[in-house]
Design a protein around this ligand. Structure first.
Ligand code: DAK
Length: 257
């Protein structure tokens, strides 16, 4: 039973997750993060789910961790915080994840955006890491992922000043893949999810895994990792289907095996 999320299946193979705490600008309290981690964990092994879109509402994707909840934690509480495990489970989601972002994506909200593989943003969306204004720093990967996504200068500016950047700037810097008019953001993200849902599922998961590896390792190690994944895909029925369909000039049908 979901309390802070809405989940629906707008098309075959596509799961749409809406963050649903509008009264708190979708602030990511522990319960919401736990629901998200569990839902993604279930979707990881559900062959009916081939791509996931995560979104908020017009005003906020998510305004960060729940500051009211955080206020009650001392150092030991932070160390033992259940959210650490929830974030790890979200990061481990192996299928394509698309973020459709309107309004504020701040703090943990911006960190959640960075967990997505593809990010579609409305023209008026704002991305920021304002933790410094609370006397803290990003705690769910913001410093590490932002610097990899945007480079040192802009990441440092965002983390140190706490000032958000526009969707346009986020696009130029590589945090966002596409910008749309705000009312078309979700539609575009769902169209991308539809496209992905028709691809070979194992190839998509391998692509995600290998792309993620590029953030973790040096070039020769990453190339070796890519080669192994490429060889593994040669053993799949879907690879035979993809090549046969091309040669026979028809649309492939993939079964994820
Ligand atoms: N937490 C709780 N409530 C929030 C909230 C938040 N992050 N952001 C907004 N709200 C609530 C407001 O308190 C207000 O509630 P009421 O007062 O009406 O009850 C309601 O949402 C509407 O917000 P405003 O009235 O403030 O709306 P405005 O349009 O005037 O301002 C704003 C919008 C987004 C500029 C402003 O609300 C704001 O500055 N919000 C806080 C943004 C922020 O500082 N975010 C970073 C939070 S720290 C960790 C992992 C991750 C993290 C930490 C640890 N571990 C794994 C250990 C992450 C930390 C963070 O994200």
């Amino acid at each position: 039973m979901l309390k802070f999320l809405l989940a629906e299946t707008p098309a075959d193979g596509v799961l749409l997750i809406r963050l649903n705490r509008p009264e708190a600008l979708n602030a990511l309290n522990t319960a919401l993060l736990g629901e998200l981690a569990t839902l993604l964990g279930q979707s990881a092994t559900d062959s009916r789910v081939r791509a996931v879109v995560i979104t908020g509402n017009d005003r906020a994707f998510a305004a960060g961790a729940d500051v009211k909840e955080m206020a009650a934690l001392n150092a030991v509480g932070v160390l033992q915080d259940a959210r650490v495990a929830h974030w790890a489970r979200i990061a481990a989601f192996p299928k394509p994840l698309i973020a459709a972002v309107n309004g504020f994506a701040l703090g943990g909200g911006c960190e959640l955006v960075m967990q997505a593989d593809i990010v579609v943003a409305g023209r008026t969306a704002l991305f920021g890491q304002p933790e410094i204004n609370l006397g803290i720093i990003p705690g769910a990967g913001g410093t590490q992922r932002l610097i990899r996504a945007l480079g040192k200068a802009l990441a440092s500016q965002m983390v140190m000043t706490g000032e958000p950047i526009s969707a346009e700037r986020a696009l130029q810097a590589g945090l966002v893949s596409e910008i749309t008019e705000p009312e078309l953001t979700l539609e575009r993200a769902l169209a991308l999810a539809d496209t992905l849902a028709a691809k070979a599922p194992i190839a998509l998961q391998q692509a995600k895994d290998v792309l993620a590896q590029a953030q973790e390792t040096h070039l020769s190690g990453g190339l070796a990792y890519e080669r192994k994944a490429f060889c593994l895909l040669a053993a799949t029925d879907d690879r035979n289907e993809g090549i046969s369909a091309f040669l026979e000039k028809r649309t492939p049908t993939y079964h994820g095996c």
